[in-house]
Design a protein around this ligand. Structure first.
Ligand SMILES: C[S@@+](CC[C@H](N)C(=O)[O-])C[C@H]1O[C@@H](n2cnc3c(N)ncnc32)[C@H](O)[C@@H]1O
Length: 286
């Protein structure tokens, strides 16, 4: 997340940063991990990619003191063309810290949070067309059921989707809180975990086509690594972690360095409770 770079010591250890190397922070956000990497070793080149133009503007400003930091507004799924444009053939290490940043979720107008009133947006890259509002108000019954069951891991989503379709016939959903209030009422929520959590996660994954994008990004990352180069991936969601696990295991070019995912230690959990769901997996290219 933006304010606290998750598992920073492990990231630095596993990236195995060497003097003179070229590294990529493929999801640099507001620069938490990038700053740690740049401070660890001055004599490297670090490319910082992010799909979110606000993050790139902010990190460019924040890390302007590091002439060896190269911020680039791009998705990691286009890593091959980014590196080609920069005249770089291979790199020594790549970090992917998946999902959204705390800056994004705290900014109501981005529409990621069900607790803050904002438009139903959820795009990392605001040049892309599909928004959460488009999905909620336009997608057909079967596509919505599939989305919520598969990516929200919600059981028996069909009845909920029927109610949602009835509601949107009367009045379209415009804001995050309209949608989360509707979900709360439908599930008669009294418990600990807010029922909108999983719906919002599924919507975010669909808006940003995250499953396909992560798969593409992992492939491009492995292609870009030199022999002995490391790929460090942090995920916050079981679907993402499963993709990373299977990708690492099924790739003959890779040695997996983490038999089990690395998780945050006690001290970090106290300082940053959001790190509790973070899982880090690391591989090295043969
Ligand atoms: C968890 S945050 C990263 C935080 C960062 N490591 C730090 O320490 O500040 C994830 C970031 O990935 C970005 N992102 C999401 N999908 C992306 C993609 N396909 N390519 C590049 N960046 C992406 C988001 O915009 C967000 O800023």
């Amino acid at each position: 997340m933006g304010h606290y770079p998750v598992m920073r010591e492990d990231v630095l250890k596993y990236l195995n940063i060497k003097e003179g190397g070229v590294y990529v922070d493929a999801t640099c956000g507001h620069g938490g991990h990038s700053l740690c990497i740049l401070e660890k070793e001055r004599n490297i080149i670090l490319y910082g990619l992010d799909k979110d133009i606000d993050a790139i503007k902010d990190v460019t400003n924040k890390l302007s003191g590091f002439k060896n930091f190269r911020p680039i507004h791009s998705g990691y799924e286009k890593l091959d063309s980014v590196l080609k444009q920069e005249g770089i053939e291979t790199v020594d290490g790549i970090l992917m810290d998946l999902g959204f940043s705390s800056n994004q979720i705290e900014d109501a107008k981005r529409g990621f949070s069900f607790q803050l009133e904002g438009p139903l947006d959820m795009r990392y890259d605001r040049n892309s067309c599909l928004t959460a509002g488009e999905i909620i108000n336009r997608w057909n019954r079967n596509d919505l059921v599939y989305l919520f069951e598969k990516y929200g891991e919600i059981k028996k989503a069909r009845r909920f989707v029927s109610a949602l379709i009835e509601r949107r016939k009367k009045k379209e959903f415009r804001t995050t809180t309209e949608l989360s209030d509707f979900i709360v009422k439908y599930f008669r929520y009294r418990g600990k975990i807010h029922p909108a959590t999983k719906f919002f996660m599924a919507l975010r994954m669909a808006v940003n086509d995250e499953v396909e994008t992560i798969k593409m990004g992992l492939n491009k990352a492995v292609d870009a690594l030199k022999s002995g180069g490391r790929l460090v991936v942090i995920s916050f969601h079981s679907i993402e972690d499963r993709i990373v696990k299977h990708f690492f295991r099924g790739n003959e070019q890779l040695t997996v360095l983490t038999k089990k995912p690395v998780t945050a230690g006690k001290e970090e959990l106290l300082k940053n409770p959001e790190s509790r769901s973070a899982k880090m997996r690391v591989c090295e290219k043969l």
